[in-house]
Ligand binder design. Structure first.
Ligand code: NAD
Ligand SMILES: O=C(O)C(=O)C[C@@H](O)[C@H](O)[C@H](O)COP(=O)(O)O
Ligand code: ZN
Length: 359
């Protein structure tokens, strides 16, 4: 078992990673001595592992389980409200603990429920996707709005993250790809050596074996832990974790939540941001190499033809990093190092159109 510490100004918690670390959950819960435990999971994870988790906890604590329909659409106000109603009806109180058992959708939604129920009760992340090496760590919790991704949310840290690699065995290949995009992001922004490792070892997703998976997860979490510990509330450096997301989120929301995976959209966004870095900073980057690699892995490398640049620009203007109508793009200075530049909507419209015309 590996343990990585996440330290913020107000909290400190462990991320436990490894096979069978779920066995640590009872001890972690005992320390919190919860009045009640509410497991929130989705329909797919419930079918696979719901019983296992309930039987681990049930003998020790009064346990409830709420199963949401799987998919991005669940990060909605309606499901948030349903969950709050359920928690109230089961009479959860400030000593109750919520377990977010699933991928980033369950984690983001449940974390936001925990952040707001009676103004905040403890929760634990139990991630089951590769992508969740990113989403379960760092305390960004949220639901979506038709106007934009994660628009209603909070920074609210979990008490622990229990990341049992055994759960990843059933992950479909396209979900592995989605999570891999965030691993690549962590490498591109902060670690040239991790990037070289990924490019050398993972030519396509069949190359992801247990050993490589564990390395990707651990390295990704270490990078995230370091950034979050320096800037929990994204007042500065944390913005680098948004590399690829300004366009990525716009594509994801424009397609309709749940139509395209988060990771696929971020991958397209990272390619654009890499091209934009070369163009705006007048530097050279291995852009063509990256594009070829992305194609091999199966990432979409262009914006969907059905999407209108004008609509995407409107969405990018509403990005959370935008201030006074200046759209902030996280760029690469080199592999492993970032900078940022702001653009007006008109400037970005021209640049996005230029990129689309050459791709
Ligand atoms: N909070 C953050 O910092 C942060 C970071 C990155 C992404 N996110 C958010 O995370 C979300 C995406 O998360 P995700 O990719 O994990 O999506 P997800 O939670 O929808 O999971 C993807 C799919 O895999 C299924 N699944 C989950 N675990 C499984 C398992 N072990 N075996 C088989 N199937 C399994 C789910 O039911 C779902 O159908 C997006 O909403 C994104 O915005 C948040
Ligand atoms: O943790 C962060 O900070 C990130 O930006 C991680 C992203 O991968 C993640 O998708 C996050 O939810 C995006 O946040 P947002 O503030 O752009 O909604
Ligand atoms: Zn992301």
């Amino acid at each position: 078992m590996r343990s990585i510490k996440i330290k913020t100004t107000e909290s400190e918690y462990p991320v436990l990673v490894g096979d069978n670390v779920i066995s640590e959950l009872t001890t972690i819960l005992n320390d919190l001595s919860p009045s009640k435990v509410l497991i929130v999971t989705d329909s797919n994870v419930d079918k696979l592992y719901g019983e296992k988790l309930v039987s681990t906890i049930c003998p020790h604590f009064t346990t409830y389980k709420y199963v949401i329909t799987s998919g991005e659409e669940a990060k909605s106000f309606d499901v948030f409200y349903e969950l709050q109603t359920y928690a109230l009806k089961q009479q959860l109180d400030r000593k109750s603990v919520i377990l977010a058992f699933g991928g980033g959708v369950v984690g983001d939604l449940t974390g936001f429920v925990a952040a707001t129920f009676m103004r905040g009760i403890p929760y634990i992340q139990i991630p089951t996707t590769l992508l969740a090496h990113d989403s379960a760590v760092g305390g960004k919790v949220a639901i979506n709005h038709p106007e934009g991704k994660n628009m209603i949310g909070a920074f609210y840290q979990p008490k622990a993250v229990v990341y049992d690699s055994h759960f990843l065995e059933s992950l479909p290949i396209e979900e592995m790809r989605s999570g891999f995009a965030e691993v690549i992001k962590h490498a591109l922004i902060r670690s040239e050596s991790l990037f070289q490792y990924l490019q050398n070892e993972i030519h396509d997703l069949q190359d992801v074996n247990n050993e490589r998976l564990e390395k990707m997860i651990l390295e990704g979490i270490k990078i995230k832990a370091d950034v979050v510990s320096k800037d929990e509330k994204e007042l500065g450096i944390r913005e680098i974790l948004n590399f690829g997301h300004t366009l990525g989120h716009a594509i994801e929301a424009e397609a309709g939540y749940g139509k395209l995976s988060h990771g696929d959209c971020v991958a397209t966004g990272m390619l654009f941001a890499t091209w934009l870095s070369m163009k705006s900073l007048n530097i050279s980057l291995p852009y063509e190499e990256l594009k070829t690699w992305f194609k091999k892995i199966g990432f979409p490398t262009t914006i969907p033809d059905s999407q209108d640049t004008e609509n995407l620009i409107k969405r990018m203007t509403k990005d959370k990093k935008t201030k006074a109508n200046q759209i902030k793009m996280i760029l690469l200075k080199k592999i492993g190092e970032t900078t940022s530049l702001t653009f007006t909507d008109e400037e970005l419209r021209i640049l996005v159109n230029e990129w689309r015309s050459i791709e």
